[in-house]
Write a protein that binds this ligand. Structure first.
Ligand SMILES: [Ca+2]
Ligand SMILES: [Ca+2]
Length: 308
């Protein structure tokens, strides 16, 4: 008890000392609640639509998205108090795989607006795994680095090729081409002898990249497409087989059959689609079963596969 009394006595002395040291204070109200500003607002630079963004990019095929394409999202950032942009940290790009399943995210490089009234951007490269996906999606939130409130609304774009809800909601005047996503520069295709059992890293000979190596009548060849991550045109170990996600395969005959025409008149074919040859394999037929229209059948022509 004695100790307790001593401390209280000391505290009282301090309070009296502090109180007498300052100037005489006027009367004061109680403090208000904390000062509040407003949430930041995002809009499309192209047309000023609120809670909307614009899209641009580089497209391997005009009018349709392809793997390897670069997509750039741009937004106008405005904050009445001058709080800095932090919306870039909320950006999530994704796609639904062609075969279904859960949405897959796409890594992005996002840059905030430098000032209120400036533009923020987010850039992606469409991955090979997005081949065949119907659409590219992106979400982001109006968010500032400081201020109260920090956040505004969430913008949900379910298809970067649309500029009106429902489905799109991008709202801006600038959109991307539509899906489904075509094979682009990072997808390679090759023609192999079926009995070579081609697979990633198998070293099986690619007849479409081996000049002078002639396919044989009666043999069965297979077409394979893969994610050519190192861009060398070779199906290396670890490069994913994407043949099954293609939307179409078409075997073709090409060229002039001079080497086989003999006493017949040479025939020239340009991307002649072989009827029914739309799967991943083709057995070169004898003359009577050939679609070439030439007397020596498929002999003398080149095989080629177009795919999407
Ligand atoms: Ca603010
Ligand atoms: Ca490769």
């Amino acid at each position: 008890m004695k100790r307790h009394f001593k401390v209280s006595h000391l505290a009282l002395a301090l309070m009296l000392t502090l109180g007498s040291a300052g100037p005489a204070l006027a009367a004061s109200t109680s403090a208000t609640a904390s000062v509040q500003g407003t949430a930041p607002v995002l809009s499309a630079p192209s047309n000023g639509t609120l809670q909307a963004v614009d899209f641009g990019g580089t497209f391997a095929t005009a009018g349709q998205l392809s793997t390897g394409d670069t997509l750039v999202m741009t937004y106008l950032y405005q904050d009445a108090e001058g709080d800095a942009d932090n919306s870039d940290t909320t950006v999530i790009w994704s796609y639904t795989p062609a075969g279904g399943g859960t949405d897959q995210t796409i890594s992005a490089t996002s840059v905030p607006a430098a000032v209120s009234g400036g533009q923020g951007t987010s850039t992606i490269t469409i991955p090979a795994a997005a081949l065949g996906a119907t659409a590219i999606k992106v979400t982001l939130q109006e968010l500032s680095a400081t201020g109260d409130p920090l956040s505004g609304l969430t913008i949900n774009v379910t298809d970067t090729s649309l500029n009106t809800a429902p489905g799109g909601g991008g709202g801006g005047g600038s959109v991307t081409p539509p899906g489904p996503v075509l094979p682009g520069t990072n997808i390679a295709g090759g023609i192999f002898l079926q009995s070579d059992n081609p697979s990633a890293g198998s070293g099986a000979i690619d007849y479409s990249r081996t000049p002078g190596l002639k396919p044989q009548v009666g043999k069965t060849y297979v077409f394979r497409a893969w994610n050519d991550t190192n861009g060398n045109g070779v199906w290396d170990a670890g490069e994913t087989d994407v043949t099954a996600t293609l939307s179409s395969i078409q075997w073709q005959l090409n060229g002039t059959n001079t080497s086989a025409s003999g006493s017949s008149t040479p025939t020239t074919l340009s991307n002649h689609a072989i009827p029914g040859a739309t799967t991943d394999s083709y057995t070169v037929p004898v003359n009577s079963a050939s679609s070439s229209g030439a007397t020596p059948g498929d002999q003398g022509f080149s095989l080629q596969v177009s795919f999407n």
